[in-house]
Design a protein around this ligand. Sequence first.
Ligand code: PMP
Ligand code: GLN
Length: 386
Amino acid sequence: LVERMRPFGTTIFTEMSALAVRTGAVNLGQGFPDTDGPAEMLAAAAEALASGANQYPPLAGIPALRTAIAAHEQRFWGLGRDPDAEVAVTAGATEAIAATILALCEAGDEVVCFEPYYDSYAASITLAGAVRRPVTLRPGPTGRYEFDEGELRAAFGPRTRLVLLNTPHNPTGKVFTRAELTLIAELCQQHDAYAVTDEVYEHLVFSDAAETHIPLAGLPGMRERTLRISSAGKTFSCTGWKVGWATGPARLVSAMLRVKQFLTFVNASPLQPAVAVALGLPDSYFTGFTAGLQERRDRLVSGLTDAGLTVLPSEGTYFVTVDIRPLGGTDGIEFCRWLPERCGVVAVPTQVFYDHQDAGRHLIRFAFCKRAEVIDEAVRRLKTLN
Ligand code: PMP
Ligand code: GLN
């Protein structure tokens, strides 16, 4: 194994899901739903599979899917895209993120990101030989995660190549506000940096969030320098399909594709027409999806609170974070390894998503993208902690 990949062990998701299987614990660790996505989408996939859509699709994705991605972005976010030049399909958001960083960063270039960050960010930045410049999100007076403006300004410098932004944010459930995004946009322009946005939870902002989801690409001056990434996995409850996409100015999309063609080339040909169908579902699908997850969030949050845990507010995503100190815990990794043995529940320590691990040592993450009875059973078990 090359030197630079040695610090990356087994991902925490693999470790914790294996622990759940071994101990028979309720798995609120890895974020995947335990129910299927829309029936129309599943039927379209079965039909495509049976009708011969089983060979290599075009590099950028089938035209029907690229058109559907552009139409979806116009419908929800008002971003008009040319499906032929400004949209590309990828093997999940993960490949889009990796291919973009590999395509844009020279060795030694710096990537500004926010910690805790989704674990593939650090690995992709390292694979490119680039350097991460993390800005720490910390719970503020209301429990909402915030960053320090001075810290963000200081993270930008002459080697900054791009900022990698995830909103709605995994694992904190933070939804970046317009004021926060405006500052990020100003700094990108001041330093002539690109922005790469991971918006896989774009449809998971709850009704009590301070603001709705705002794509950075829509802010003044940002369209020309932003590559927006999303995926079908979360919005249509099909995390195993790995159908993602990137949209943005033609030169950024084509740079990403230059690398992507040598990673996977293409993927998921019978699933691509099905995702096109899903993206075209009526608004009621999307509002119902958001409301369903919000109900599950509320169910888990009230259960965790009843069980004596200190829950930090989550405005979006599949996730909520908890401070373990009131339970006498100090180290999230130790706590999450002990929890399944002690009471049969798996969570994920968020400290593994920080460079400055002290900032997240006492925080763990629970996923609520599960059936109500699964959440209830987890809560019943957690109550035995007291
Ligand atoms: N970004 C974030 C923030 C995520 O939580 C995930 C995980 N599911 C991904 C990217 C990966 O998405 P995909 O499965 O489409 O590669
Ligand atoms: N995105 C999911 C999570 O944060 C898991 C992705 C993975 O297993 N790599 O839980």
